[in-house]
Each structure stands twice: as C-alpha cells, then as structure tokens.
Design a protein around this ligand. Structure first.
Ligand code: GLN
Length: 224
C-alpha cells in the first residue's frame, strides 16, 4: 500500500503517522511537502496532526490553500482514501472536503489526554475492523476540537450515517459529541483523536492498530 503524508510547516504528527502505517501494515510511505503540486502514486493520502502555519487565522485555514491541496481534492473526488487527523481534520473542513468547522474547545484550554471514543459506523474503509458501538481509547491533543455545524446540516449528517466516531465524555463541547465524520461516499475521514498514538504497547495502547490494518486490507481488496 502506498501512503502519502502531506507535510505542512508546523505539522508535528507526520512522522508518528508514517511509523503507524509502517509498523501496522508495512506500508510504503512518502512524505510530501505542501508546496508540491502533484501527489506521487498513492492509495491513501494523509493530512497529519500539528499546527500548520502556527494555527494563524484559523486552524487549517492557510494549509487548505497550499499548492498540494488541489491534487488532494482531485484525489478525494476520484474516490481515493483521504484521512485527516486532528489538524488534518481541521484542514479537510477548511478545504470543504468535509462539512462543518472546528471551534475552540468549550473550556478554551488545550486538552491532551486519553479519551474514550465510540465507533459509530463500521461501514467505512477506516473502521470496518472494529465492532459496531465498540469503545476504544484514542488520545486527544487539541485546542480547536469543538465540531460545529448548523442544525439542518447536522441532522443530515447524522441521518446519512456520516458520524463515524463519538466521544463518550465530550471533552470539548462538540455538537452531538462528534469526534469524527466522513463525507457521503465515506472515502474521506476526519477525526480529532489520534489513532496513530496507540499502535504499540510501549506508547500506551494498541486500539489504533485495527484502524491502520483496516485501511491496508481495504486497499488490497480494491486492488484484487
Ligand atoms: N494535535 C493537533 O493536531 C492539534 C490541532 C490544532 N492545532 C489544535 O490545537 O486544535
């Protein structure tokens, strides 16, 4: 499986997610600097966590205008798998690949801790190795994690089964405790928690292993 991780000035989870793909599924991972205009051959494109452009203006707003994003949008539109973790989720909403916006946490504090997350949808390339309703531990680390959407669009998002992950104890005040969503065709996932931080017992857990293994199996299935 070929994975491209987009690196923005201020990304800081780029190497963690590269390692997660390597350790979980022996993936071939390329790091792609944001000023590139085209993607290498890819099965999956990842927008990693961090503080792209120092979170100036709004988290993800400037990164969404980076030269590489034209190719990322094209890749997503053609059905390619796109994964945005934390700052990557913020970039996906700013690029309008996903609906809604991530606002400052209701506490106005940066929150960094383990978090219980319920898997709400398993009919996605990212979550199908989990059980429906399973509760996992994925850490969170963000200041702007409050997922917000207008009432009508939120109802539509829920009805269409695009709410993929939900917090058990809503740490940031997200509407409907939403932690992760997909687009309608479910090839684009954005989530605030960090599955790449729980892929080895040495780093505090393994609940993220099936997330990355699942992506790999999904890609291999498509290729077959
Ligand atoms: N870990 C991250 O990706 C941080 C996301 C973002 N910069 C925030 O603080 O909300």
């Amino acid at each position: 499986m070929k994975v491209s991780v987009i690196v923005f000035p201020g990304s800081n989870c780029d190497l963690d997610v590269k390692w997660a793909f390597e350790v979980c599924c022996n993936a071939d991972v390329s790091m792609v600097w944001h000023t590139e205009k085209s993607l290498p051959e890819s099965d999956v494109v990842v927008l990693p966590g961090g503080f792209s452009y120092g979170d100036y203006l709004r988290s993800g707003a400037m990164a969404a205008k980076s030269p590489i994003m034209g190719s990322v949008v094209e890749f997503a539109s053609s059905g390619g798998l796109v994964l945005g973790i934390c700052n990557g989720f913020q970039i996906l909403t700013e690029a309008h690949l996903l609906p809604g916006v991530l606002l400052p946490n209701v506490s106005t504090k940066f929150i960094c801790r383990p978090c219980k997350i319920r898997i709400e949808q398993i009919d996605t390339p990212f979550t199908f190795l989990y059980k429906q309703g399973e509760v996992v531990n994925f850490p969170i680390a963000h200041h702007e994690g409050l997922f917000y959407l207008d009432d009508t669009s939120l109802a539509k998002l829920e009805e269409s089964g695009c709410v993929t992950l939900r917090y058990l104890n809503n740490p940031n005040g997200s509407l409907n405790a939403i932690a992760g969503i997909t687009n309608a065709s479910k090839n684009v996932l954005g989530l605030m928690p960090h599955p790449e931080r729980v892929v080895h017992p040495l780093v505090g857990g393994q609940d993220g292993v099936r997330f990355f293994k699942g992506i790999n199996e999904w890609v291999k299935e498509i290729r077959r």
